[in-house]
Ligand binder design. Sequence first.
Ligand code: TEU
Length: 531
Amino acid sequence: DTSDLWWKTAVFYNLDVKTYLDADGDGVGDLRGLAQRLDHLAELGVTCLWLAPFYPSPQRDNGYDIEDYYGVDPRYGSLGDMVEVLRTAHDRGMRVIVDLVVNHTSDQHPWFQDARKSPDSRYRHFYQWRDDKPADAPASMFPDVEDGVWFFDETAGQYYKHSFYRHQPDLATDHPEVREEIAKAIGFWLELGIDGFRVDAVPFLIDGDDGPEHEFLRELRGYVSRRSGHAMMLGEVNLPYDEQMRFFGDSDGDELTMQFDFVANQRLYLALARQDAEPLREALVSRPTIARGNQWGNFVRNHDELTLDQLTEAERDEVFTAFAPEKGQRIHGRGITRRLPSMLEGDPRRIRMVYSLIFSLPGAPVLYYGEEIGMGENPQIEGSRAAVRTPMQWTDAADAGFSGADELIADIVPGGFGPTHVNVAQQRHGPDSMLRFVQNLVRHYRASPEIGWGEFGILDQPHTCVLAHSLTSELGMFVAAHNFAPDGRTFRLEIEGADAEGWSVVNLLDDAAGAEHLEGSGFDVALDGYG
Ligand code: TEU
């Protein structure tokens, strides 16, 4: 029975409660606001929400700095409001996963507050302490604000490890008591009815190659699956394919259920920069085979954009040059920019082509809120991920219909991507809107289980700017072709077995409204520029 493996064909949607909808008018989005917008999400066709961290937090890393694993930040509402969101989402047929951030806590977490006070604290060993700064320490993820990953704590009289900001001390996840606490927190949210976790920063959490480290991930997954037959773990593993594979576990895939495909994401940007499908084709061909119960998560944007660290230095330069270099602030050495290269500001045909592609690649699509209407970043925010964490744009009102308050948790995007030009209300009624387009893609994806389950193959055709591929399962064959060049291309696709009894070929591009049943074993394709 495959119905338990719902993530194989899910449509994920990531949102942050704080910037989605503010129901009580205090300027901060909240759970009651989210509950009111579940119909928007159901109408879009989303099948699983991923909620960014909503836990009590000093908010020095957008909630990825947690001070209580068992609560809801009071600014977003109560635990009761969370249960109501879960109940309503489930009632609409949508699942909900939540962020699991256990590589580190906030330095305000009571464990750390107690731990730093004395070497005898019962929480001292929850964190990683050294008398001297290790000489072989890795570089910081945030070289613009941190000069390393060890910080001397005056109160403790020792250095502690922080893989991210210094206010995020790393937990000692090899310690049984810490593991027990993590299992408890997981159990708590599962008991409340959530359907799984987006696991933050997995390679930092499991930073050894060896068995015992991975045993922990295996235990967590075992526990999640046991507690709730259908729950899953979607891990953030931003590494090359060969290194990321081990986080799926053994040949049965007994560690992470799903992983984001950062390689394909970054290669997609390179392909767009070159107007050539080859970089993405190479990635997809080299993508490792995963177990039947595992899945890849395909995405265009996320809350951290944009990391290009799986590209070479020269390739990164190409991406920066192609997408308005003056706009991308680049943090040297790691290929990280805190600003989205202006892909969205480019040819609107290209944007649609990219989303059509994402909904046709083997795996499950993961949307970031606002992508369904083509929201952009805030051009006034320089060098900060806050540029892509702006309020959801519901109407053309000055506050985007987000709140009604005078002061908002995040600034509304000014200019051409602001609410007067880009908003849900307008697009709901526009037959040719981005919202309708994405809704159609979601419908196609959900009607084509071959995409989540099928065997991937590249289809032969003469243009390197075109990616033509197929996904084949016992249900039939799905065929898609996408053109990375601004001018049109024509070719013929020969598809073996396509005329056999019971096979259907779905051509997403020719006819966005329906499946096409082939007569014969090939068909002529004419793609527009960025078609
Ligand atoms: O990011 C962890 C991570 O591994 C980075 O590669 C991330 O892609 C980088 O920050 C790019 O800007 C996660 C969260 O996604 C991020 O928002 C948090 O800041 C970080 O963990 C610490 O919790």
